[in-house]
Design a binder for this molecule. Sequence first.
Ligand SMILES: C[S@@+](CC[C@H](N)C(=O)[O-])C[C@H]1O[C@@H](n2cnc3c(N)ncnc32)[C@H](O)[C@@H]1O
Length: 361
Amino acid sequence: MASRSIFNKPFDEGTLSKLEIFENYFREWLPVFVSPQKVYWENIQIFDFFSGAGRDCNNVQGSPLIILKVINEYASFINSKKLKVRIVLNELNVDYHAALLKNIQEFELVANVNVEIFNLPFALVFENEFSKMANSANFLFLDQNGIKEITSDVFKRITSLKTTDFLFFISSSFFKRFSDTPEFSSYFPFTRDEIVNTDFYHIHRKVLGYYKSLIPVDKAYYLAPFSIKKIKNIYGLIFGTNHTFGIEKFLNVAWKLDKLRGEANYDIDNEKISTNAPFLFEELSKPTKRQLFEDNFEKLIINGTLKSNTEAYSFALNEGFQLKDANQVLRKLIKSKKISLNSSLINEKLHKCLSENIVVL
Ligand SMILES: C[S@@+](CC[C@H](N)C(=O)[O-])C[C@H]1O[C@@H](n2cnc3c(N)ncnc32)[C@H](O)[C@@H]1O
């Protein structure tokens, strides 16, 4: 393996944050599909398109082994229901691929699942696999280096699938470094000035805005970002799902890691608020992001743009806030007699909530 291999040294802090989010979300995702008593999804597929070697030099597990570890935890469900679980791993580099094969062979898999390992360029595996994703529940992890692989075409095809959640990694700092190269403009429509004028810390929010613009306006689809600072660079994860339960679960993971804004492993708005020693005045301890959300949410309810409880909750999820955050505003409006709602407020499972119109008083 080449001496500069990322797998020949310990994973850095940013990589560990990324893997933590990946593992936590995958651990939320898998039981939704394998644990219900009734089998709703017989075919379940997990794709790790940029698998790497499987471990770092200290034997810390990378994404492919994390997948197998979590799969093993649910082996009894998978085996007893005879679910057809297929795990597709891919790694282009021949040395990493060889190490991956060895690491997977050595892993004691107790779940009856099918693991397939390829040594192909991403674009080719994606092309080969895409048609097979139509009739199964899918989880896609796309841990690319840089920015190039998740083209707008790939993104549009993934977001057109049913019952498919994805998490992809993007090196948002590339935007600052390469935005004036001709190659860059073939991937993203941003001008050099737009990039230069974007706060370095907020680059990933801009990237998310671009991907959001690729989703048709009338399509219910949820995207959420998580920014990761690694030494001097900003990287980011983008999560996508067409199901409210998927975004609820991802936001649970994100808010556990970032208790102030649910969005980054650093102080993304540079507000220097500490959760351990909050400012004396409550308003100084409230992140601007939360204040802006609450003000806007209240305005849209009062002016009738958000007409029902389900519309209001769905809006909050799209803004990266949890249902309990929406409830704080709804409760305040009910208490001050600005609105009325008969049904009780919910904290999870928006897909099970009956829609009720909000009455503005
Ligand atoms: C960030 S690493 C993946 C790390 C891995 N997911 C983990 O958790 O340990 C990205 C990997 O993608 C591989 N790669 C780069 N370009 C690729 C391509 N076009 N197709 C498939 N793999 C590629 C690299 O060799 C590298 O091992």
